[in-house]
Design a protein around this ligand. Structure first.
Ligand SMILES: [Zn+2]
Ligand SMILES: [Zn+2]
Length: 332
């Protein structure tokens, strides 16, 4: 009998599914690409044909223009070559999916990036039992424990209200994190206008079109310092310390990222108010997920592979590091 998963071949540029002649999240242009979600390290332009959720395809459309697109809604199944392929929610960003691959009685789940905490901007992660579970390990060390999101949002609001002559400038990745921070603020009762950097506009509009309400948003461009005082302004992390922020009223610099747990990372970006808000699983979420999915083997794509592999071995689960290249943690 062939080795379990012998029909799936990891290459540095992605996961090749032989009987479908297709790739999952390839970092190079390929004839057939199955894409888990819209972050740039997983979704690239230039493929011959793309299979993804309608939301991910819409995000790719905004970023790369029209794709040769095959939308697959959550729960639907398509056949590609000799493989049955379906997509279920990963809870990471809007449209993010785990890709389920069924071939000759074996089931492989490629989870892409995922988290288990509630997120008002996307459908929650669905546990899918399988033979091989392919997981990320961005925060795959026991020291990583993300705090409760609501308490991080409350710290932000407390600081905003304490210094109402200033503004709080929140650095957040433009796809996913920015919209989640806005939606979490709304869920905490903050209904004042939120100002945004121009780079956020198209994706915020798209989220709203796809049914994620974000409340009143205003462009920071053209607003006066007096108008923005006492308000939250949101921008990509790269704009936190650049000239752009000089137009703001004495900003309190914040950043929403799982990496804000590490003081050195906060200091590098001159972040005064680090907010530990992550779209990736922390250590407990990773290990809980592996227990619940209960696969025969775990394959680890990117992040802190060795610690998670060691945990799997301690729990009698066969594990393997895939060492894919090109996956960055900038989406965090
Ligand atoms: Zn991602
Ligand atoms: Zn990733």
């Amino acid at each position: 009998m062939a080795r379990l998963g012998s029909w799936i071949e990891p290459f540095p540029e992605g996961i090749y599914v032989k009987p479908a002649d297709a790739w999952v999240d390839p970092s190079q242009p390929k004839d057939k690409a199955l894409v888990t979600h819209g972050h740039a390290d997983h979704a690239r332009g230039g493929h011959g044909a793309v299979w993804a959720t309608p939301e991910t395809l819409a995000i790719m459309g905004v970023r790369y223009g029209q794709q040769n697109a095959n939308p697959v809604a959550y729960g639907a199944t398509v056949r590609i070559g000799k493989v049955e392929v379906s997509f279920v929610p990963a809870g990471h960003v809007l449209g993010s999916a785990q890709i389920i691959l069924d071939y000759q009685g074996e089931r492989v789940v490629v989870s892409g990036d995922y988290k288990r905490r509630p997120d008002p901007t996307c459908a929650p992660f669905v546990v899918t039992p399988c033979d091989i579970f392919i997981t990320e390990a961005t925060f795959g060390l026991p020291v990583f424990h993300h705090p409760d999101t609501g308490s991080e949002i409350d710290r932000l609001l407390h600081r905003l209200h304490a210094e109402s002559e200033r503004c709080v400038l929140v650095g957040a990745y433009a796809l996913g994190k920015a919209q989640r921070v806005i939606a979490e603020l709304r869920a905490r009762g903050h209904d004042a206008p939120i100002y945004y950097h121009g780079a956020m506009e198209r994706l915020c509009n798209l989220y709203e079109e796809l049914g994620v309400p974000l409340g009143e948003l205003r462009p920071a461009t053209g607003a006066s310092k007096a108008e923005m005082a006492g308000h939250i302004v949101i921008c990509p992390p790269g704009a936190l310390n650049d000239r752009w922020s000089r137009r703001l009223p004495d900003p309190i610099t914040a950043m929403a990222s799982g990496w804000m747990r590490i003081r050195q990372r906060a200091r590098q970006r001159n972040v005064e108010l680090p907010l530990v808000i992550s779209d990736h699983s922390d250590w407990d979420e990773l290990t809980r997920t592996i227990r619940e999915v209960a696969p025969k083997e775990v394959w680890i794509t990117h992040g802190r592979e060795d610690a998670l592999k060691h945990w799997c071995m301690l729990h009698q689960i066969k594990a393997r590091e895939l060492n894919l290249v090109g996956y960055e943690d900038e989406d965090e």
